[in-house]
Design a protein around this ligand. Sequence first.
Ligand code: HEC
Ligand code: HEC
Length: 218
Amino acid sequence: MHKQLLIFSLLVCSNLFADTAQIEAGRKIAADGNEQGAPACMTCHMQNGEGMQEEGFPHLAGMSESYIVKQLKDFQGKNRVTDVMTSLVQELKDEDMKSVAAYYASLPVISKPEKSTSQVKFEQGRLIAERGLWNKNVPACFSCHGPNAVGVGESFPPLINQGKIYLTKELQAWKTGTRKNDPGMLMKTIALKLTPKEIEAVVEYISSLSSTQTAGVK
Ligand code: HEC
Ligand code: HEC
């Protein structure tokens, strides 16, 4: 009996150890980059993972580890083409991707809602997020991204805590086809149906929400 308990504890501890070591390796990459020449992630995403809303650098703290890895792979495979990230990830090994994802996933979410500047856009955006646009088959954003867009599981990312510039850029990327990494073209189909005014409205609303609870964790 005691022996079993000992083996069990050893297993649990070695697991914990592996996790901590991986997170530590990821913390180093975020702070200093790696030996292959990948730059420090913190320059843009910050060491605490909050990103920089005014520059369009996304928030990564507390996002699901597997979603982060998926995005890095998508940049690498050019299913998601962007100025900065597509070339940067070529210098990351698979192990580095896992470590840096484990690191950012382990951090607490930082909520910095942006102030809504238009009550009209905010209200229009709220309807799109909560109810969708049934006249053109656009489902409510919250139906996949969860109530208040805090994310659902590993595949439906939180949108809350992302800034206006980033959210707008992604919806446009699906429209123009520089981002084509969404399973079943779920997002492309939606983005194509939204007018520029509707995009402005839904972004106005979602970027003003605040929560430190996200569901897409680990
Ligand atoms: C020079 C600035 C810069 C640096 C350095 C940088 N990033 Fe990025 N990152 C961006 C930008 C800009 C985007 C948004 C890309 C887009 O427009 O779709 C992004 C997007 C991402 C995303 C997608 C997030 C999401 O919500 O889909 C991940 C994951 C990511 N970066 C991880 C990293 C990692 C890991 C590093 C370090 C190895 C890193 N980034 C370094 C600018 C940077
Ligand atoms: C049918 C399900 C579904 C609906 C409805 C939906 N989304 Fe998404 N969305 C997804 C999936 C899946 C992804 C992840 C794509 C990937 O794997 O890169 C995503 C990703 C996103 C992203 C990129 C997040 C990031 O950081 O990488 C944005 C922005 C986004 N959705 C906005 C919206 C908005 C705004 C609405 C409402 C108008 C909406 N979504 C409705 C399924 C959905």
